[in-house]
Design a protein around this ligand. Sequence first.
Ligand code: C2E
Ligand code: CA
Ligand code: CA
Ligand code: CA
Length: 278
Amino acid sequence: AKHHGKNTYRFFCRSTALASLRNLEIKDDLHKAIDHNELQLAYQPQICARSGRLVGCEALLRWHHPDKGWIPPDVFIPVAEQSGLILPLGRWVILEVCQQIKAWQDQGKIVPRVSVNVSFVQLLREDMPRLLQDCLTQQHLPPSSLTIEVTESSIMQGEVAIARLRKIRDTGVRIALDDFGTGYSSLSALKGLPIDELKIDKSFVTDLNQGSDGKAIMSAVIAMAKQLNLAVVAEGVENEFELAYLQQKGVDIIQGYYFSKPLLKAAFTAYLSQHSEF
Ligand code: C2E
Ligand code: CA
Ligand code: CA
Ligand code: CA
């Protein structure tokens, strides 16, 4: 048993060393990624649960590494947050999204609003209200064209984060609370926060297929969201059964593979042509 324990320990050390080496590599390469045009955005449609119409989309960062291929955001975003690279990266995302909304508009394609993920690092250290304003004004867009998605843990960073969010919301940009239900906030903690929208985490949607416990939990999460009087979005909706349940419970907006995976610029532009209201 002792021998086994020792091996486990050694393996653990080696894999942590490998992991940090890998993070160092990612950090170095990520530094160049913006300048070398290796970053792209994918857009995932958000559909009104009642009318079936496109009401917006979420912009999701994609990195195509020259040697390693596609690197998932779950891998590089944490590295970007730890190294501070999330600041130039996040700035690029907001700039790109605003330019893209304008470009679609010029082609007669209307996307009511685009959601952008914002890290707590951006919220705490960057002049976010100003950055958002500048990008919107540059493209002659109303602030209602943008929603920023922040997680519960970002908001729980404290008063600075909340004050910044309030300032952003005062300019007319919408705020969504991402991954709702995964944190430990109570209803009273969420009350009075500057938020317009709750995005129910996809783990709850997935658990709907697990039987009555999953349904009971989802039901409670939706009830909590409704009590806060906010727009409710369900993410990660993959099948007709999940959709029907969420519609029946009064969820407002649906996002997930059932309607579409996140699509790169050209593919999403084609999607807009097919799903145009005109
Ligand atoms: P998230 O904000 O919770 O985004 C939702 C994730 O669920 C996305 O993964 C999306 O592709 C995936 N998804 C959507 N519908 C379905 C579905 O029906 N089934 C399943 N299984 N998955 C679905 P993705 O694109 O890999 O992004 C992962 C995370 O990386 C995001 O989670 C977000 O936290 C972060 N991220 C992505 N782009 C950005 C960004 O521009 N800035 C920041 N700060 N974080 C980002
Ligand atoms: Ca999100
Ligand atoms: Ca989410
Ligand atoms: Ca997430």
